[in-house]
Design a protein around this ligand. Structure first.
Ligand code: FES
Length: 107
């Protein structure tokens, strides 16, 4: 497997309802993960971009959380509808999607 140019981590952590930290699980992270899978398969991107589901990334209150390396860009409140934008503008275009980046005081 060639070394990927970028690595996308999608938080798929769930916690019980009413948990004080909440979780990406109750904010639609499964849909976000599925959309990344679908879009990347359709566009045949798996040779260039790695995709990994992961446990809690930290900023649970901003879920669904998506982290992109090597830049170390943390996206928050990501929805299924944002996935195409992240792929086209950041992963392929090289320009992080400013409006989705979590505030510096959060991460
Ligand atoms: S549960 Fe997703 S960032 Fe914590």
């Amino acid at each position: 497997m060639p070394r990927p140019e970028k690595h996308v981590f999608v938080c798929t952590q769930s916690r019980p309802e009413g948990h004080p930290r909440g979780s990406c699980g109750i904010k639609g992270c499964a849909e976000v993960m599925n959309e990344f899978m679908t879009q990347m398969q359709t566009r045949n991107l798996f040779e260039k971009i790695a995709l990994t589901n992961t446990g809690c990334l930290g900023p649970c209150m901003m879920g669904s959380s998506v982290l992109v390396y090597p830049e170390g860009v943390m996206y928050g409140k990501v929805t299924k509808a944002d996935v195409k934008t992240i792929i086209e503008e950041h992963l392929l275009g090289g320009k992080p999607v400013e409006k989705l980046i979590v505030p510096a005081e959060v991460w």
